[in-house]
Write a protein that binds this ligand. Structure first.
Ligand SMILES: NC(=O)c1ccc[n+]([C@@H]2O[C@H](COP(=O)([O-])OP(=O)(O)OC[C@H]3O[C@@H](n4cnc5c(N)ncnc54)[C@H](O)[C@@H]3O)[C@@H](O)[C@H]2O)c1
Length: 321
């Protein structure tokens, strides 16, 4: 069975590709290696897969109608995981139209091809950001998603609505997974955990937004990949599921743990807290547990230790080259 994974060279996508291949699946990866962060990092995320007979890479844009149609026509794609996106919240504030084009029009393009090719399962990467600045904790899937605080978040809410419509009108089974901040090895370099780690390793000023009290439900990337694997195997009609660790921690706690594993102190520089970021995220994951039998397995300490190990190895390899 061939599974199309859009955005497969990215942070979550590359871990998912590893997991699918370990489960004997054939992965058709589609990625444009965009410039949201270094394309070289994306290259190294999937280097080890390029010689695997169960992995095939198509470098291209999900908005390219001709290419997408060709990809579906030439391959026996049974299931789709749609991860490709403009994924940066702050980038979307500066580039709202680009974000909407990739995240809404690109999603439509992949859904259209999935409809025409009678795809058996579609998993959409949604986000905890659809809850805006939540006030109910832990936040349930049925809680308010009326207001988002960034263009990025609004595109993710639109993506869910379009997915729901494709399920209603065309019967495509779609599961939207609302990922809560993912972290771990191959972390996106434009996310806080990477930036904090880099600043501590290099003993450069670490820009901390707010006083460090903001909380995130950090979710280990391999646990996130596992949720996608399970979602691919279950036809739930149309469903929305939170994927989080159910264990929020403050930014200060993350910095303290990174300092411990790196063995250096952070040089903190305070910055005002951005209005496009929620102050707290905390997932109620009871629905994912019940429907997918998914559980977050990795503690923040274990996950940050694995991130630090990966980062140190990456730096050593780059120095040797
Ligand atoms: N990482 C998180 O904490 C998090 C949280 C919530 C939701 N998500 C969502 O999960 C998905 C994966 O996130 P990630 O952290 O791995 O991000 P990522 O940026 O590492 O991966 C996204 C990939 O999509 C590719 N891409 C972008 N535009 C494309 C296009 N037009 N055509 C083809 N490929 C394109 C990029 O090159 C990149 O490799 C995204 O949809 C993101 O919005 C991530």
């Amino acid at each position: 069975m061939t599974i199309l994974v859009t955005g497969a060279a990215g942070f979550i996508g590359s871990h998912l590709a590893d997991l699918l291949i370990a489960h004997g699946q054939h992965v058709l990866a589609m990625d444009t290696f965009d410039n949201q962060y270094s394309p070289l990092q994306k290259n190294s995320n999937i280097q080890h897969l390029l010689t695997n007979k169960n992995f095939e890479l198509i470098v291209g844009d999900i908005r390219n109608k001709e290419l997408v149609e060709k990809v579906f026509a030439r391959n026996q794609i049974e299931k789709v995981v749609h991860l490709a996106a403009n994924a940066g919240v702050r980038y979307s504030i500066e580039n709202p139209a680009e974000c909407a084009d990739v995240n809404i029009n690109g999603t439509l393009r992949i859904l259209e091809a999935s409809r025409k090719n009678k795809i058996k399962q579609f998993v959409f990467a949604s986000s905890s950001s659809v809850y805006g600045n939540p006030t109910v904790f832990p936040t349930k899937e049925t809680d308010n998603t009326e207001t988002q605080v960034s263009p990025y978040a609004t595109t993710k809410k639109c993506g869910e609505i379009i997915c729901k419509n494709y399920n209603y009108n065309y019967g495509i089974p779609v599961t939207c997974l609302r990922f809560f901040t993912s972290y771990g090895p191959r972390n996106r370099s434009n996310m806080a955990v990477y930036k904090f780690g880099e600043a501590i390793f290099e003993q450069k000023p670490l820009q901390l937004f707010g006083n460090g009290d903001a909380k995130r439900d950090y979710t280990y990337v391999k646990d996130v990949a596992e949720s996608v694997l399970l979602a691919l195997d279950k036809d739930l009609g149309f469903e929305v599921l939170n994927i989080g660790s159910h264990c929020p921690v403050t930014l200060t706690e993350v910095i303290r743990a990174l300092e411990k594993f790196i063995g250096k102190k952070a040089i903190i520089e305070h910055k005002p807290y951005p209005s496009c970021d929620p102050l707290e995220t905390f997932a109620d994951v009871s629905k994912a547990k019940k429907t997918l039998h998914w559980e977050p397995k990795t503690s923040i300490q274990e996950g940050l230790k694995a991130f630090v190990q990966w980062y140190a190895e990456k730096e050593n390899t780059e120095k040797d080259q």
